[in-house]
Design a protein around this ligand. Structure first.
Ligand SMILES: Cc1cc2nc3c(=O)[nH]c(=O)nc-3n(C[C@H](O)[C@H](O)[C@H](O)COP(=O)(O)OP(=O)(O)OC[C@H]3O[C@@H](n4cnc5c(N)ncnc54)[C@H](O)[C@@H]3O)c2cc1C
Length: 376
């Protein structure tokens, strides 16, 4: 009996000690998590500078936030999503109060200033494929085609060249098996009033100068743009409607409550009624979407400006951007013709961005097993 009580009491003691230790560890972990941004050094590569080719055309950097302030809406992140959200919130007076945008580094430091420069219609999950609701697909397609036209209008209104071209794009078929799928897609898409076309191999060879592809889907509303200049356009447009943009102002915490409070790395506080999280692949650093985002490595390479002779040797007469699916990474080539970029000289072929990062959609400096150029 005494033995039994001793056993029970020691089990109870063990459970109690374990529970206290567990609660202590959990509380410790919460505390460490809360104070770590203040006591541990920032992971250096989180906001690594954008050294891409496009970054040379990014707009000058605004000063950081120097005082606490109150706003109606605070937008975190100065990529395409943050800038355009801030712009449309203020444009036409949708929000009358103060709208501020806080950017950790500089506008366009993230994916918006280091991408493949293609402006494609529709959304990624519906691009060149129909869902169960083709009417909705078509509405989304029309909206995105209209967006591209609006970029052009905005460029003209603000007199800022973004090198935008809306001459269409090709989704190419890598293998003969893909051709039937592409034909089938085009047939169904045309029945739903999409303006796409299926291009036979001969027409693709004529447009791209390569025998590599077996056919392609052509979308007339897609095109290409200079991403760095597009960031500049969005930034100018956003400021023109009265949004205040503070750069080199990293938000460390979003404190939720009736009025949200954002604390910045340099110790300032912004209080706002609403906050827009436009932080893309960096959102987990603020504690959001930790389990919803997966970093994707994507390579973009850019050629030196091409002479007329080189362009003609390539046979890429159409200048149409073309995308091809690839099992592990997507790859994009950005040819620059001499006429469009004579001022930049002839840099060697390079990646758009260096330093892979676990935290962002970033690109590798020397991707392995590069395919030959031009594609054969
Ligand atoms: C290699 C590559 C190629 C691509 N090619 C194409 C293409 O050809 N066509 C196309 O349409 N799309 C392309 N994309 C996708 C496209 O670039 C992105 O979808 C788009 O730029 C995302 O914009 P964003 O504003 O959401 O994010 P981002 O441009 O990443 O902007 C997020 C911003 O938030 C800031 N930020 C993050 N956290 C904080 C914080 N705590 N405080 C303050 N600021 C913060 C960051 O510094 C960053 O500037 C490509 C992407 C990559 C990576």
């Amino acid at each position: 009996m005494a033995e039994n009580v001793r056993k029970k009491s020691s089990r109870r003691r063990f459970l109690k000690t374990t529970a206290i230790a567990g609660a202590g560890s959990a509380a410790g972990a919460v505390a460490v998590n809360a104070v770590s941004p203040y006591v541990l050094p920032e992971e250096r590569r989180v906001f690594e500078p954008n050294h891409s080719y496009w970054a040379r055309a990014l707009p000058p950097v605004n000063p950081p936030l120097q005082q606490d302030l109150e706003a109606e809406v605070a937008v975190i992140g100065g990529g395409f999503a943050g800038l355009s959200t801030a712009y449309y919130l203020r444009k036409d007076g949708a929000i009358k109060g103060r709208v501020v945008l806080l950017e950790a580094e500089r506008c366009g430091n993230g994916a918006s200033g280091r991408n493949g420069a293609m402006i494609l219609t529709s959304t990624a999950d519906r691009y060149m494929q129909l869902s169960g609701t083709p009417e909705l697909d078509k509405r989304i397609y029309d909206l995105t085609a209209e967006n591209i036209r609006e970029f052009k209008e905005l460029s003209a209104t603000l007199r800022m060249d973004t090198e935008i071209e809306q001459n269409g794009a090709l989704q190419v078929c890598n293998a003969k098996e893909d051709v039937e799928k592409a034909r089938d897609y085009v047939e169904r898409a045309r029945a739903a009033n999409f303006p796409c076309e299926f291009w036979e191999k001969e027409k693709v060879v004529e447009a791209l100068g390569t025998q590599a592809y077996e056919g392609a889907c052509f979308d007339p509303n897609s095109g290409q743009v200079h991403p760095g200049k597009l960031v500049g356009l969005f930034k100018a447009a956003t400021e023109s409607v009265g949004v205040e943009i503070f750069e080199q102002t990293q938000v460390l915490h979003v404190h939720e409550g009736e009025r949200l409070a954002l604390t910045t790395r340099n110790g300032r506080t912004v209080r706002a009624r609403s906050v827009v999280l436009a932080t893309n692949a960096y959102s987990s650093k603020l504690g959001f979407l930790r389990r919803a985002a997966t970093p994707v490595f994507d390579y973009v390479r850019i050629t030196a400006p091409l002479s007329d002779a080189e362009l003609s040797a390539l046979g890429w007469k159409s200048r149409l951007p073309s995308a091809r699916p690839c099992p592990i990474t997507a790859e994009t080539w950005v040819p620059i013709s001499r006429r469009r970029s004579s001022s930049i000289g002839r840099p060697p072929m390079r990646c758009l961005s260096v330093n892979p990062s676990r935290n962002s959609m970033a690109m590798k400096a020397t991707p392995p097993n590069l395919p030959p150029w031009p594609p054969r």
